[in-house]
Design a protein around this ligand. Structure first.
Ligand code: GLV
Ligand code: MG
Length: 349
């Protein structure tokens, strides 16, 4: 049974803020992961904040079990100590069946609920996971007088989660979006890879043999993540929430990271995770629309001011549908320009 439309937007606890009906407009080209238990990371936070669209304090995988509490306390400390301005403040909490999740959520909302924008929830398998956190957050928001709803971002990283992705996207008005978690997902599906995202040289197709059977046949490496990203983008776009590529673990291979990020961008994703400052710069470049595309899209909008009819621009046919495509690009460029003066200049806004 689904909730009635009216009930869907009611706060889940008396005194909790009303859920957002529209996603707040935010540029989130990269979600930058930091390990908050490390004092030297926290010490650099004030300098790091203006460089990233989102700072995420990671409490889950990659944080050692004996540092879980220090990471939670460190995250609260860095949340209290800094002004994040237009940079988003997120945390990735431990998963629902861990011994840490309840304290992660209760302590963080109590201490910095009014500063926290989004909780990233790992290993989401179905709507039941979202509903649990949704209710808990509403109770805590009410208890601590939180003024705006804390949003939920799911990681798509189990086979069951992928199977249920459409329902997860629609589970609550608290849903912000979703990220692909290629490492856990690979394990859950029994994929035979040991990498965190990206391609695999053995996932390929072979061109047909030529006339000379002795001549080498071309080999084309394929994208292991195409199907999942496409499925995630459709689930998110149809629910009015945002899709993200997740982590790319080979920090040194910026070329492959750029291609993986750009494929996600072209397919509809809003951003990706950054695990190293080099990946912040890369995500900025990839997830900000290309100035040449923006210039062409602006021409389309100008040629068809009311968004309908037909026009020829540089030999290419434009109509109502290409006007909509152009609007996606120009709208995003305007959002990026409003946040990032370097891009405002590049786009000529
Ligand atoms: C991220 O959490 C992943 O498992 O890839
Ligand atoms: Mg994971």
């Amino acid at each position: 049974m689904n909730k009635s439309p009216r009930k869907f937007y009611e706060p889940l606890a008396i005194g909790a803020p009303a859920p957002f009906r529209e996603l707040p407009v935010r540029v989130e080209r990269m979600i930058h992961f930091v390990p908050p238990h490390l004092e030297k990371v926290r010490a650099k936070m004030a300098d790091m904040i203006p460089t990233a669209d989102v700072i995420l304090g990671n409490l889950e995988d990659a944080i050692p079990a004996d540092a879980k509490e220090a990471a939670r306390k460190g995250f609260i400390e860095m949340g209290l100590a800094n002004d994040f301005g237009s940079t988003g403040l997120w945390t990735r909490v431990n998963c629902l069946n861990s011994p840490w999740l309840l304290d992660d959520v209760t302590e963080i909302v109590a201490a910095i609920g009014n500063k926290l924008d989004v909780i990233m929830l790992p290993k989401v398998e179905g709507v039941w996971d979202i509903h649990y956190l949704d209710q808990l957050l509403a109770q805590l928001e009410a208890k601590h007088g939180v003024k705006k709803p804390i949003m939920i971002h799911a990681i798509l990283e189990t086979a069951e989660g992928v199977k249920n992705v459409e329902e997860i996207a629609l589970a609550s008005p608290r849903m912000h979006g979703m990220s692909l978690g290629p490492a856990d997902l690979a394990a859950s599906r029994a994929m035979k890879t040991t990498r965190v995202g990206g391609g695999h040289p053995e996932y390929k197709v072979l061109a047909d043999p030529g006339a000379d059977p002795a001549s080498a046949r071309a080999v084309y490496q394929q994208d292991l993540w195409h199907y999942t990203i496409a499925k995630m983008v459709d689930a998110c776009a149809s629910a009015g929430i945002k899709a993200f590529y997740g982590p790319f673990g080979d920090i040194a291979d910026l070329a492959a990271c750029e291609v993986q990020f750009r494929n996600a961008f072209l397919m509809g994703c809003a951003g990706a995770w950054s695990l190293h400052p080099n990946q912040i710069a890369l995500a900025k470049k990839v997830f900000s629309p290309d100035p040449k595309e923006v210039a062409f899209a602006k021409k389309i909008l100008e040629a068809m001011p009311d968004g309908s009819g037909v026009a020829m621009i540089d030999g290419k046919m434009q109509d109502d549908a290409t006007w909509k495509q152009a609007k996606v690009i120009v709208d995003l460029a305007r959002q990026v320009a409003a946040k990032d003066p370097a891009y405002a200049a590049l786009y000529g806004f």
